[in-house]
Design a protein around this ligand. Structure first.
Ligand SMILES: Cc1cc2nc3c(=O)[nH]c(=O)nc-3n(C[C@H](O)[C@H](O)[C@H](O)COP(=O)(O)O)c2cc1C
Length: 258
């Protein structure tokens, strides 16, 4: 997932994998073993070649969750998960896209006059290359600054607790807290000198090589210029949809965060 409005995904494939599909007609299935969890119909908007991979950007045309029978499914989406800000189809699309556990990361950005640190889960590392994709809201004031300097640091969430992650997500980018006001100690990243939490296991320093407005989110394509591992055996928080959580054996990391 790379944008929420419109719903878009990015798929990266090797030349061999690409030769086996028709990129113009992609049906994507998310499975847990043999169990089908979600299916999506996607339409191609762009195909580019990056280092060692073909990157497809696709719009979600249809999405369906398969965790529950049709009656429970309808009751869940129409009544129980109802909210003022989304329509039935949007709720189902988000739920389908969050049937796949989404790794939560922390992004740090700093320049001479500004510092911000915030969580993201619309992101992905492209294995086998040194590329990293991020979908950042166009309302986030840090975005313009990142595009000016083309630098950011991506950290794992290793031993950072969920309340802290949500507190970082609640700060407005217009007035983020100062480094000394953060609820954890920081160390400076090796290359850029951006503050990163001392609770993390590793971080990537990234240079943005391309960006593209998808809608509500800007797609940032970055190249990893340095990776620093501070610990071994690290863990991470993941974000998953309610339906998938109910049908899975994932452990809940918290309760009553709000
Ligand atoms: C768990 C979690 C994941 C998030 N993931 C993203 C993300 O992938 N992209 C994004 O733009 N904002 C994400 N946010 C929100 C940002 O952390 C940040 O609060 C927001 O971009 C600030 O924008 P604003 O200043 O326009 O309010 C996430 C927040 C939380 C708590």
């Amino acid at each position: 997932m790379i944008c929420l409005d419109p719903f878009c995904v990015a798929i990266w494939l090797s030349a061999e994998e690409l030769s086996k599909i028709d990129p113009a007609n992609v049906n994507m299935q998310i499975r847990d073993g043999a169990a089908l969890r979600a299916s999506l119909v996607l339409s191609l908007t762009e195909k580019t070649e990056e280092k060692n991979c073909h990157l497809l950007l696709l719009k979600v045309e249809k999405a369906k969750c398969h965790q529950y029978n049709p009656v429970s499914h309808f009751v869940l989406f129409y009544y129980l998960l109802r909210n003022k800000t989304s329509k039935y189809k949007e709720r189902e699309t988000i739920s389908a896209l969050y049937s796949y556990p989404r790794n939560v990361i922390v992004v740090s950005y700093k320049d001479d006059t500004y510092f911000n640190i915030f969580p993201m889960d619309i992101q992905g590392y492209i294995p086998g290359s040194d590329l990293y994709l991020l979908g950042l809201r166009t309302t986030n004031i840090t975005l313009e600054k990142i595009l000016n300097t083309k630098k950011l640091v991506v950290c794992d969430t290793d031993t950072i607790d969920v309340k802290t992650i949500y507190s970082l997500g609640k700060h407005l980018s217009a007035a983020p807290p100062k480094v000394e006001e953060l609820p954890f100690k920081t160390i400076n990243s090796e290359l850029f000198g951006f503050p990163v939490p001392d609770l993390i296991g590793s971080y990537h320093e990234i240079e943005i090589i391309r960006h593209q407005k998808m809608g509500y989110h800007m797609l940032l394509v970055g190249r990893i210029v340095n990776t620093t591992k501070l610990k071994t055996d690290t863990a991470s928080l993941y974000h998953i949809g309610y339906l998938e959580y109910k049908k899975s054996s994932y452990r809940e990391a918290f309760q009553d965060v709000y």
